[in-house]
Design a protein around this ligand. Structure first.
Ligand code: BGC
Length: 367
């Protein structure tokens, strides 16, 4: 009798322990210091073994561990092992990008008849918010944990005139990892002067695992019938062009490498996402890596998505675990408004005015 009771107790005890081990978890550790502020790395773990590590410096996702079809986890984002790596040289690995994701032609735009001049950091253009964008600042951070989700709330005050942008912009970004295998990013911003805002996330994914070869065999699908053609400096021509019968057509899945040679420089374009209802959260893209079986779906309520095939990676950067990042070793799917929208009257507007709240959501969901 006693033996049976002990066995029964032992079984329940083990089961409970297993469940306890599998619970959502959050850990905070010091990662370094910059600008006289402490930088923390937050480790979020869900019950399916997905691990996301995120910094309050630049909101950088430093690691993202996703199990493959056999349950073996790999870190699927490019990055560095130390803060110094990110401080020394980074093509926006894993970072939050703002105030304006992608390029603004000539670093100039006009609101209500007043012209603003931005810091130039990409030839004659402004890229990703300028010299010291949101990817290079230390954000204030608070963490939270619930039974089915955990995350961090990042806040930053971008002062009037920062990098040339008008208005004190209060920005809040919430990263949440859920037991539904989603990494959710919610962006919010308010201003005290009319300004322009376009926030995104810049992880370089490789679903085979970071540093494990190129991404050309990944199957890409983008739910967009049109894309935004650009000139040689990657500034939109203003046209929204049908993808039909071209290497830009990802309405059905295609290997990234299948037609990339037909695209000068590789993929670095914005796709005009199909939508029936404006601002509705819907699937924008789906990527499948055939060998590992890892699948990533991207959901957003933004009008566009920038698909960048890591064309400027050239083997000069050595990342995590000594892995060298060669050309096409990672791809980005950056949900956003189209590049140079402040200067393109035919594109959806990107002006934020006092009293309004900029609010967008993006989800990277893994299977
Ligand atoms: C842009 C690329 C740029 C890269 C920065 C992407 O969002 O589209 O043109 O080189 O970011 O590393």
């Amino acid at each position: 009798m006693l033996l049976i009771a002990l066995i029964a107790f032992g079984c329940t005890g083990n089961k409970e322990k297993k469940q306890a081990d599998k619970k959502m978890n959050l850990k905070k550790e010091i990662f370094g210091e910059t600008d006289g502020k402490e930088v923390f790395q937050y480790t979020l773990t869900n019950e399916n073994g997905i691990i996301a590590k995120i910094l309050n410096y630049g909101g950088i996702v430093t690691q993202l561990w996703i199990p493959d079809k056999n349950g073996n986890p790999e870190d699927v984002v490019l990055g560095y092992d130390s803060l110094q790596g990110y401080l020394d040289d980074t093509p926006y690995f894993g970072a939050l990008v703002g105030r304006y994701a992608n390029r603004i032609a000539g670093g100039k735009f006009t609101i209500d008849g007043r012209e603003y001049t931005l810091a130039l950091n990409n030839g004659a253009n402004s890229l990703h918010g300028g010299i010291k964008g949101f990817d290079k600042v230390v954000w204030d951070a608070e963490d939270f944990i619930f039974p089915d989700s955990a995350g961090i709330i990042l806040t930053y005050l971008s002062e009037d005139g920062e990098e040339g942008f008008p208005g004190n912009l209060k920005v809040k970004v919430i990263y949440t990892l859920t037991n539904n295998n989603e990494l959710k990013i919610e962006y919010e911003a308010t201003t005290d002067k009319p300004t322009t805002v376009n926030l995104t996330h810049h992880s370089y994914f490789n679903l085979k695992g970071q540093g494990n070869g190129d991404i050309l065999g990944h199957q890409m699908q983008i739910l967009a019938n049109k894309f935004v053609p650009v000139d040689e400096t990657l500034i939109p021509t203003g046209e929204l062009k049908a993808v039909e019968n071209s290497a830009m057509d990802f309405t059905t899945p295609h290997a990234i490498g299948e037609r990339i040679a037909q695209v000068a420089g590789g993929y670095d374009h914005n796709w005009v996402l199909n939508t029936e209802v404006e601002k509705k959260l819907r699937m924008a893209a789906k990527v499948t890596e055939p060998q590992s079986g890892r699948v990533m779906k991207v959901y957003t309520n933004q009008p566009g998505i920038q698909f960048y095939s890591g064309n400027f990676l050239d083997g000069s950067l050595t990342g995590k675990k000594g892995k060298v990042y060669n050309k096409h070793y990672g791809f980005c799917l950056e949900t956003q408004h189209y590049p140079d929208s402040p200067n393109q009257s035919g594109f959806p507007p990107v002006i934020l005015r006092p009293g309004e709240t900029y609010q967008t959501t993006t989800i990277y969901k893994f299977e």
